[in-house]
Design a binder for this molecule. Structure first.
Ligand SMILES: [Zn+2]
Length: 382
């Protein structure tokens, strides 16, 4: 563990996550989630986009005033009004961070910004300089970096670091990159940008092809020091890199990645539930780490293995993510060992023919019902 690198966890549940269709949160709800993120131990909370609305501004301002510990970050487009408004919201924070972004890909340059490469570089530098006048902690994101020419991306990154950015975040805004490509972008920046050591490289991956976590891990393998992510992976369209998945991947496979985070993983499930209840965005049952089935077993062979030795079918302990225990679900795929284990815990000590008879009745019931509950078993035995 001693040679591990510490990866910064930048949570954007309250900004990118809140942009999920149907997920907008009110003021009080945002404060409750900010508290949960502080308790979870994230390094940076992106609290919102202050110029987007008066309510967004107020939420960022209150989070900046009230929450100590993590850096509190606000997003701004690359123009004076946005940057000034972001600073106005953040200025009372102990550790403020202004996050400035400007698109760099040819598609965005030509169709959205109608700017040349030189104009994009000049605007990015001007924005970072303005933010750096307010605050020594400035992050710059070349939006749609995943589809930006690598030579031009290197040029932009070098210029914004020289202008004062101490974090450079590489967003795969449209979720188009593959893990190998994402890794190559990070490696190229580290190899070719002469002042790269003056900034932390970060990634912000979207999940349109289901690759957000894999792409983020590839970036970390190639030297990224910060990951942007959200609770439950919520965010624009198919969402962002899921915080709980990246954290548990780094932790469970520390032997491979040699990276740690400052996250208290036992708070992952409670935080996931809070965000799900607040936003109304349900967590899919088979979602990794925090889904209801993530530590549940129904198949007889698996249940038998689990009862003999947990590590036969589990690579993580449920307690480590904040669940009380593994869930051996009794259904039609379950076997005698799991049934007997549950009966004993309910206070019934059945053997031989008695156990066989209950098992037969249990199987009949399980054919009709998806899940056999403790009350059903008590009724069966009696
Ligand atoms: Zn995003």
């Amino acid at each position: 563990m001693s040679s591990s690198r510490l990866i910064k966890i930048f949570d954007t549940t309250l900004r990118d996550g809140e942009q999920s269709p149907g997920a907008s949160m009110n003021h009080q709800e945002k404060l409750a989630i900010a508290q949960a993120l502080v308790d979870l131990g994230v390094d940076v909370i992106e609290a919102g986009f202050p110029i987007a609305s008066p309510d967004d501004f107020e939420a960022v301002r209150e989070i900046a005033i009230n929450f100590k510990g993590p850096e509190i970050c606000g997003l701004a487009r690359c123009n004076d009004a946005d940057i000034d408004r972001a600073w106005e919201a953040l200025k009372h924070a102990d550790r403020p961070r202004i996050h400035v972004f400007l698109a760099t890909s040819p598609i965005h340059r030509e169709h959205k910004l109608k700017m040349t490469c030189d104009e994009v570089v000049a605007r990015a530098v001007k924005g970072v300089e303005r933010a750096a006048n307010y605050c020594s902690n400035v992050e710059f994101s070349p939006e749609d970096a995943g589809r930006t020419e690598l030579d031009f991306l290197c040029r932009v990154v070098e210029a914004v670091i020289a202008a004062g950015a101490n974090t450079v975040n590489i967003p795969d805004t449209v979720g188009y990159a593959t893990p190998m490509e994402m890794g190559r972008v990070i490696k190229t920046l580290r190899d070719r940008v002469p002042n790269i050591e003056k900034a932390v490289l970060s990634v912000h991956c979207h999940n349109d092809l289901g690759l957000a976590v894999a792409n983020s891990l590839a970036a970390i393998e190639n030297g990224a020091g910060q990951v942007e992510c959200t609770i439950n992976g919520i965010g624009e369209r198919a969402g962002n890199c899921s915080l709980e998945e990246i954290v548990m991947a780094l932790r469970t496979r520390n032997d491979f990645y040699r990276c740690d985070t400052g996250i208290d993983s036992t708070k992952l499930v409670p935080t996931s539930r809070l965000v799900s209840e607040t936003t109304g965005l349900l967590v899919q049952r088979n979602k990794a780490i925090v889904g209801r089935n993530a530590f549940a077993h129904e198949a007889g062979i698996h249940q038998d293995g689990m009862l003999k030795e947990r590590t036969t079918y589990e690579i993580m302990r449920p307690e480590d993510v904040g669940l009380s225990s593994t869930d051996l679900v009794l259904g039609k795929h379950s076997g005698r060992a799991a049934l007997n284990d549950r009966l004993r815990r309910l206070g019934f000590d059945l053997t031989g023919d008695d156990l066989n008879r209950v098992f037969e009745e249990f199987k009949k019931l399980a054919d009709r019902k998806k899940e056999v509950l403790d009350d059903d078993l008590v009724a069966l035995v009696q």
